[in-house]
Ligand binder design. Sequence first.
Ligand code: F6P
Length: 530
Amino acid sequence: MNEIWQHLQERAAAQGEREIRDLFEDGNRARDFSASIGDLHFDYAKTNIDNDTRAALLQLFEAADVAGRRNAMFSGAAINRTEGRAVLHTALRNLDGGPVEVDGKDVMPQVKATLARMRDFAKKIRESEITDVVNIGIGGSDLGPAMAVAALAPYHDGPRCHFVSNVDGAHIADTLRGLDAKKTLVIVASKTFTTIETMSNALTARAWMRDHGGDPSRQFAALSTAEDKTAAFGIASEQVFGFEDWVGGRYSVWGPIGLSLMIAIGPKGFDAFLRGAQEMDRHFRAAEPVENLPVMLALVGIWHNQICGHATRAVLPYDQRLALLPAYLQQLEMESNGKRVQIDGTDLERDSGPVVWGAAGTNGQHAFYQLIHQGTRVIPCEFLVAARGHEEELAHQHLLLLANCLAQSKALMLGRSLEQARELMAAKGLKGSALEEAAAHRVFPGNRPSTTLIYPRLDPFTLGQIIALYEHRVFVEGVILNINSFDQWGVELGKELATSLQPVLEGTEGTEGQDGSTAALVAYIARHRG
Ligand code: F6P
């Protein structure tokens, strides 16, 4: 495997003067450097990956035995080694697939029974007097449903959905203000049912409901793996939707954690969402690596990050309703592959997964694209866009959106040379040193890589495909880097220290033993807390 990495490193170094645009001398490049599943199309032609580089990347896929690890995941093996768990979020969307066994027991009857209960509950709520649903959760118990509910706004025909995650009281206070406690359903979403942010907000919501004439015994539901804790909180078992520990938090939108989405778009829409994901699962398991979207998305990612050394990747949905996608992917990718050791605990041999960031286009164009085009670092960009919007009467605006999206990837690749900049300035009448100075500011280096994921329209099925695509991309990258993508020990230390700092902030413990900076901040807070 080391020789393949070495070879790829040499290929990156040997690119020299060859530019991405030069690769288009091969007239078939757009066809050959793209992959599709149905109408979902991934174009990676505007990267500096050529045939030889791709062949070497595909060798990485083989050498890491991604196919073997993929089969182990789908078959219910305990691939999450540090937690001794299977990884089976795919079972949640295995709507018409075969049995899936964990420790010799088929989990599908339970998955289907819970889904049937969710459907009944969602129908009941949609037909009731409930006007608003508040999902209280954080991380994977918030980002997935919040992102998907926003993405599928045109399909909403149920109650309004709100999401509260932050322990900052401002979040729940602003959300509950204006809601009718008698017509609100509160969903407490927490895999563990111990997360301090969620439990604090749940208690606040329960007190609010009681104080304002609502009935928490009827108007609270829970989504969790910890049914003893949901019972202790006082939520009736028929309003509790359980799942197993083989569903990771950031992979959990497909099951009970997706209840708010199901209530918003209805059980049929939710089924379409699951079917889209199921189709991606089938594709991931069956398609040849070079035609396999998750595999190619991952290999392009590895090329840019671990080989070319581009430490960040911008996710740029030209789709306002996907504005939360970068935040969702931050958890999915950075919590999964932000690790410093390999599965066996030895040091990682290369960089961990990239920093993922971004915002919806065209807004980002008027904010941070300056740096993407002319900054000194290269930032691979990942564009997403629908050929068609939902607002038929605003089709002209959608065309403008598309034009901007295509223009950005083109500008990144082609750039503007000093010569072209000089011509532009000369045409404006500038001469001599004034011309040179003005031209220098107008040069775009170009040769900056991007990919585009394009789809007909953002409907529930397509969203399911896209999310499952990213999940499997993370998996492939994790296998190639030999990372356990399914634990998250890196979030523990901060949680522990927050707990130990609480009595210090309350003043029941002193600041002895704290570092000087923390002690000074505690003193500042004490002076200003009132
Ligand atoms: O802090 C990280 C984390 O454990 C995430 O992995 C998870 O999605 C989130 O907290 C919320 O956890 P829970 O669903 O158990 O409340």
